[in-house]
Design a protein around this ligand. Structure first.
Ligand code: NAD
Length: 647
């Protein structure tokens, strides 16, 4: 069956695109649209055309299967021009999402109508490129310079109502989209037609506008090239004739498409798409998840419970006594209140989230729970006792998971009657925000339990990465190496602030020392002390010296830096210089690039070791861990991709 079909409704032709699953703009679709223009222009009975899509969405974008392959005719820019040049006006009828090339096709149409709840956008910057089929050129002519800058530099889709306010769509419809669009087309034929987008005049804002946008976009982009290039395209579109602007956009698009950043972002895009359904799960079926339990309502437990509620699962929260339970429930309330403050939740939604949480101190409340996630103190004895209780009270088929960061999950599961249902699910803080979920099976974990871990990640909208058992799994193990390497630089005389500045320059939001000051130096210190007490040979770190000097980070007024009361701005510290003086020897000076190369190289080297040991299943899994758990700049592709591409 053809992906493009034509029907007639009196003088209106309806062109239906049906290219499941998301009507991506593959060659067959481009050809179908190309041919439809000629067919309908030649039909004397047709006065206008409605372009609509079958399935769950309008044309959602390019066909990712064509990425990196030689382009095949007809090219998208030509298709868009041809629709715009049609003798009969076209009306794009949008439901679901019209993104990237999909929205560019809609811009070629004389009118755009959208179903309430639909969204439109030009997300190309997320792949390190700019729109390549007139998105940056037609958008300002349709909606003005400011709206175009917003749309193309952020890449964020906008919902129908906002799109209408911005001038991106002409009408928002509810009810039957096809009928509504046909009625819209009939009414439009009664009035003089607007100019095609390419012929519409556009006003150039004052020079100050461009200077402001330039500064704002550069600040947000933090080294990413595509958003600034997208801004340059819009400016060109506003200031130059249509054809010249189109050529500029095309040249920019081709230039960026071959760049390191675009390659990195494509790598991450494909890694993220593959992560939720890894091939090795095979036929294993996840167990149904109708509800969940969380043990411990502290930092992690409350965050995990919030994430489960966001996904619509009823939650039982267990704490050790009534007082701790009240604190745990208050922690959850604080999270939902924060959602309301930031405009992410309505007060009603927050109340409904909270109403779906049952607090308890008795494990009997877990009698019919499908999945329980333990997030109690990081102590083996406490955790073992929890799982013994769970084994007594939960259904025999309930999945039992631990959120441990460093303990050996095999030791936690020891003595469990049915170890096949046990698994590690390592969330990151704040657990309702951070996308990463490390999934840690033991040798005894059943395939269905593992599949359930991945299914949970999908339900929560998280990026799952499977990790083998070792101290710190994938992420914290690399973090340890990274921090040690950063300390090694300080020991050889590189200033603390220079290390942080270098990593910010590389694209991290924070350098390694600032980040420790924010999170606190004491947790890692206590862990090292614990290992020392257990007889392990753990060399003294610079962090140990600081904690012993009472410097645990921002919460104690200082760690690697000093902080003025109420101020989070790190200041170089004379006291730190004094405490560390004996450990520091002067070495060769390093510039920021060399510092970043050194530290990222160390991360990648640890990654290689992790792969060799089978702790991670692929280099791209390691990249996902670093990007989604540790703030590695997405547009660098992760330490493994970055290092491999450097050669
Ligand atoms: P936390 O101290 O904030 O919370 C622990 C909670 O567990 C407390 O509310 C405590 O009352 C409760 N608790 C203790 N014993 C209990 C019992 N027997 N029954 C029921 N509740 C009990 O600690 P946290 O930071 O939330 O860490 C919890 C777990 O998550 C640890 O294993 C930790 O290693 C892991 N983890 C922490 C982070 C992080 O960034 N904080 C990240 C990933 C994993």
């Amino acid at each position: 069956m053809s992906v493009v079909s034509i029907e007639r409704e009196g003088e209106i032709a309806v062109v239906t695109v049906d290219n499941p699953p998301v009507n991506a703009l593959g060659q067959a679709l481009r050809q179908g649209l190309w041919d439809a223009v000629a067919t309908l222009d030649a039909d004397p009975d047709v006065r206008a055309v409605v372009l609509i899509c079958a399935g769950r969405t309008f044309i959602a974008g390019a066909d990712v299967r064509e990425f990196g392959k030689p382009p095949v005719e007809p090219h998208l820019p030509d298709v868009v021009n041809r629709i715009e040049g049609a003798v009969k006006p076209w009306v794009a009828a949008i439901h679901g999402s019209a993104l990237g090339g999909g929205f560019e096709v809609a811009l070629g149409c004389r009118f755009r109508v959208a179903l309430d709840g639909a969204s439109v956008g030009l997300p190309e910057v997320g792949l390190g490129i700019v729109p390549g089929a007139s998105g940056t050129v037609r958008t300002p002519r349709v909606a003005g310079a400011a709206a175009a800058v917003d749309l193309v530099t952020t890449g964020k889709p906008v919902k129908a109502a906002k799109a209408q306010a911005m001038g991106l769509v002409d009408a928002v419809l509810s009810g039957d989209l096809r009928e509504g669009a046909i009625a819209f087309a009939r009414a439009a034929l009664e009035a003089p037609l607007p100019l095609p987008a390419s012929e519409r005049p556009v006003t150039d804002p004052a020079a100050a506008f461009w200077a402001e946008q330039q500064a704002a976009v550069a600040k947000r982009a933090k080294g990413e090239a595509a958003p600034l290039s997208a801004l340059a395209c819009v400016q060109k579109a506003v200031q130059a004739p249509f054809a010249e602007a189109l050529a500029f956009e095309r040249a920019t698009f081709l230039d960026l498409r071959g760049s390191d950043q675009a390659a990195a972002l494509r790598h991450v895009f494909f890694a993220e798409r593959a992560a939720p359904r890894p091939a090795h799960l095979g036929e294993a079926k996840p167990l149904p998840l109708r509800n969940a339990g969380v043990i411990g309502g502290g930092t992690m437990g409350a965050g995990i419970a919030a994430a489960l509620r966001d996904a619509g699962l009823p939650v039982v929260l267990i704490e050790r006594d009534a007082e701790a339970l009240a604190r745990g429930l208050a922690n959850l309330q604080t999270i939902f209140d924060g959602g309301v403050k930031r405009g992410k939740l309505t007060p009603e939604q927050a109340a409904a989230r909270m109403a779906g949480v049952t607090g308890a101190t008795d494990y009997a409340a877990l009698a019919d729970t499908d999945l329980v996630i333990e997030a109690v103190f990081e102590e083996i004895g406490v955790k073992r006792a929890v799982f013994a209780d769970l084994a007594r009270h939960c259904r025999a088929d309930a999945v039992l998971a631990t959120n441990t960061s460093y303990l050996d999950p095999r030791a936690i599961a020891e003595g469990l009657a049915n170890p096949g249902r046990f698994i590690g699910l390592h969330f990151f803080s704040p657990a309702n925000v951070m996308k990463l979920l490390e999934i840690v099976p033991t040798p005894e974990t059943a395939p269905e339990t593992l599949a359930t871990g991945f299914a949970l990640a999908r339900a929560l909208g998280k990026i799952p990465v499977q990790a083998g058992i070792c101290e710190g799994f994938i992420g914290n193990r690399i973090l340890k190496r990274y921090r040690a390497a950063a300390e090694a630089l300080v020991r050889q005389g590189v200033a603390i602030a220079e290390v942080d500045a270098a990593m910010r320059g590389f694209g991290f939001a924070m350098g390694p020392f600032e980040a420790q000051d924010l999170g606190g130096l004491d947790i890692a210190f206590l862990q090292r002390e614990g290992a020392r007490a257990a007889g392990q040979d753990v060399p003294e770190t610079l962090g140990d010296l600081l904690v012993r000097a009472g410097r645990k980070g921002q919460k104690t007024g200082g760690g690697w830096y000093d902080y003025a009361p109420g101020d989070r701005k790190p200041q170089a510290s004379a006291r730190v210089a004094e405490v560390l003086a004996a450990a520091i020897t002067a070495g060769p000076a390093l510039d920021h690039a060399a510092i970043a190369e050194r530290l990222v190289g160390e991360m990648a080297a640890e990654g290689e070791a992790i792969l060799a040991e089978g702790i991670a299943l692929s280099p791209s899994d390691i990249d996902l861990v670093e990007i989604h758990g540790y703030g590695f700049p997405r547009w660098r592709g992760g330490p493994m991709h970055y290092t491999a591409r450097k050669g």
